[in-house]
Every structure is written in C-alpha cells, then in structure tokens.
Write a protein that binds this ligand. Structure first.
Ligand code: NAD
Ligand code: IPM
Ligand code: MN
Length: 352
C-alpha cells in the first residue's frame, strides 16, 4: 500500500508531537512493509510569520495531493492580538476540504483511572464518542464583525437543513456500530437552530429504529458528562458545543493530551489531530504528551486507509506502556515514571 501524507506541525508543541507521529509512521512503514511518504507544510502562526497567510496556497495544494493530513496544533500568544490569526488557517482547511464530521473518541485507559481528578468509580470503563459538527454554526456564520464604531458586535449562528442532516446521520451510523444509544445535545429551550436540530434528529431517528435517542440540553449535558460519563454512548452536537464538551470530556481520561480526533468529509478524506491546542506553556520543553497525536495516527490508519488491525496495534501499544507505569508530566500519577515526549514515543514504538 502506497500513501502520501501531509504533515502540518503548526505552532507551540505542534512540531514536537508531529515529530512523534512521523516516527510512529516510519516504524509502521518498516514493520508492515507499507509505503507511507510524507511532506511537511506550514499552517497557523508559523505560516503567518513566513507568508502573512495562516493557510498558504502551497499548503492547500500539498494537502489536495495527499491521501490524508496530520496536524499538530496552531496558535499562541505571539499571534493572539492581531486580525490575521493562526486559528483561521485551521478553520479554512476544515472548510476547504468540507471536513464536517469531527469524531472525538473518549476512552479511558485502565491505567489512567486514577489520573482523573474525578472519582475512580465514576470514570472506570468510560467509553463514548463525540460526533461534532465542524464546518458550520457560530464558527462560520456571517456576518461576524464589530459594528457602530466598536460599540456593538455580531456573530451569527447559521445552519442549513442539509448541514444538520448529514452530521446527524453520522451520529446515528456511529451509534449503530456501538451501543446504539445517541444523545443529541442542544439548547432547544433558547435557540431556534437547536429546535430545528432536534426536529431533524427525530425525523432521521425513524430510519434507525434500533437506536435509542435522548435529547439533552447542553448545560445539563456538561454536568452529566462528568457525573455519569458511562450513561453516554454517542453524543452528536453542533460545532461550539462539541468543542467545549470534548475538552471537558478529556478530564474523564486523565488529560487533554491523550484524546485524538478525525475530521472527515463525505468521501472519507480526513485530517487527523489531537483535540488539544498548541500548549504554549510547555512548548519546547519536551513535556508534551504525544498520545493524542499518536492515537490520531491510529485513527488515520483506520478511517482513511482501512488498516483496522494496525490501528488497533497502536492503541494496544499505548495501553501497554501506560499499564507498565510510564506517563508524561500532564498525567497525575503517584508512582509512574515520567517520560519526555520522545521517550514516551520511543516506548510506544518499542511495544508496537
Ligand atoms: P491548550 O489545549 O493548548 O492547552 C490547555 C492546557 O492543556 C495547557 O495547560 C497545556 O499545557 C495542556 N496541554 C494541552 N495539550 C497537552 C499535551 N499534549 N501534553 C501535555 N499538556 C497538554 O489550550 P489553550 O492554552 O487554551 O490554547 C493555546 C492555543 O492553542 C490557542 O492559540 C488556541 O487557539 C490553540 N488551540 C489550537 C487547537 C488546534 O490546533 N486544533 C486546539 C485548541 C486550541
Ligand atoms: C479544536 C480547537 C479549535 C476549535 C480552535 C483552535 C479553532 O479548539 O480543534 O478543538 O475550536 O475547533
Ligand atoms: Mn477545542
């Protein structure tokens, strides 16, 4: 099998974790005799510094000529107070490739049950999937601007029926492959967009009689997620709610640094990235947890290349490393041995 992958390290800890991902890919290449080639391109702050554009044309072209994209993270204090921002590069690439379906699995590794600040009984055995709409809602609504000489501001929340239907279907399809329970999260007590969302979930639900559906308001969902995470199987929700709930859900698993994601379009072309950001507070220190990034490589193998067993091997290797008591600094552990980003990566590779 021959595949070409564009690597987008980005900013902050991005380059450190993408280097980890590349190392894992190279090992899979050798061990399984695949031909994965890759090239690095700029996105985010580093691209602004070099070209003034957070998503240069050259990066888009390279991604268009690839079979998949792996992204580290973008953003940082250096670019926080300017009109051209690194995050615009990420939003643009999601829109350009129509990556509307963001899958964010939240699965706790047994060894990390005591890494969560939540009680062990609560987090033990948690396993849920957040299906987040990624190319609509407040992130992309127009107008979005300051008005009246800065005396007022507007951001717009818009969705078309088609945009809601396609993500809701992914939610149901995902539930069919799991425990057949779908929680649709909205704010239908306040927002018209949520009322339409709820109607569409009920309509499409008729095509999936085996799936049980719950509608939960986002504020209550935020509470339930950390008081009873095991009551969730698949969550389907709009862009901003999914963003917030997924960082919250990472608390169940011990650290934001361990959660991967896949952002897919209708043709299953995908961009894979950990859910966390550029972690400016630890950038360059070799402290970044590479697990979310490495599990994102696993998701790429599974969703883009249909290499399910290789993807499972990556998860097993991570599981074994953690079971043997190795951690990174972000994971609370009483007796674990704390490894750097590259030491953790090498340990995972040694278990592959
Ligand atoms: P963040 O996710 O970067 O960091 C939050 C906290 O989690 C920090 O304390 C950080 O050190 C820690 N953390 C995150 N990932 C870690 C890892 N792999 N290992 C160990 N610790 C980790 O969120 P933030 O500080 O709010 O945002 C920083 C920048 O990142 C902002 O510019 C934001 O826009 C951007 N961001 C980018 C992405 C992305 O590229 N997909 C995602 C989220 C935030
Ligand atoms: C994420 C990030 C992004 C988002 C930002 C950086 C635009 O928080 O991927 O979760 O909000 O989607
Ligand atoms: Mn986020």
């Amino acid at each position: 099998m021959k595949k070409h992958i564009t690597l987008l390290p980005g900013d902050g800890i991005g380059p450190e974790i993408v280097a980890a991902a590349k190392k894992v890919l190279d090992v899979i290449n050798e061990r399984y005799d695949y031909e994965f080639t890759s090239e690095e391109q700029d996105i985010g702050g580093i691209a602004i510094d070099k070209t003034g554009n957070p998503l240069p044309e050259e990066t888009i072209k390279a991604c268009e000529n690839s079979d998949a994209i792996l992204l580290g993270a973008v953003g940082g204090p250096k670019w926080a107070n300017q009109s051209v921002r690194p995050e615009q590069g990420l939003l643009k690439i999601r829109k350009h490739f129509n990556l509307f379906a963001n899958l964010r699995p939240v699965t706790i590794f047994d060894a990390l049950e005591s890494s969560s600040p939540l009680k062990k009984e609560i987090v033990q055995g948690s396993d849920l999937m957040i299906v987040r709409e990624l190319t609509g809602g407040l992130y992309f609504g127009q107008p979005s601007e300051r008005r009246d000489n800065g005396k007022s501001v507007i951001d717009s929340l818009t969705y078309t029926r088609d945009e809601i239907e396609r993500i809701v279907k992914i939610g149901f399809d995902t539930a069919m492959l799991r425990d057949k329970h779908l929680t649709s999260v909205d704010k239908a007590n306040v927002l018209e967009s949520s009322r339409m969302w709820r109607e569409i979930v009920d309509e499409i639900g008729k095509e999936y009689p085996e799936v049980t559906v719950s509608h939960v308001l986002v504020d209550a969902a935020a509470m339930k997620l950390i008081t009873n995470p095991k009551s969730f199987d698949v969550i389907v929700t709009e862009n901003l709610f999914g963003d917030i709930l997924s960082d919250e859900a990472s608390v169940i698993t011990g650290s934001l640094g361990v959660l991967p994601s896949a952002s897919l379009n209708q043709d299953n072309f995908g961009l894979y990235e950990p859910i966390h950001g550029s972690a400016p507070d630890i950038a360059g220190l070799g402290k970044a947890n590479p697990i979310g990034m490495i599990l994102s490589v696993g998701m790429m193998l599974k969703y883009s290349f249909n290499l399910e067993s290789e993807a499972a091997k990556i998860e097993e290797a991570v599981n074994k490393v953690l079971n043997d008591g190795y951690v990174t600094a972000d994971l609370m552990s009483d007796d674990g041995q704390v490894l750097s980003t590259m030491e953790m990566t090498d340990k995972i590779i040694s278990y592959l």
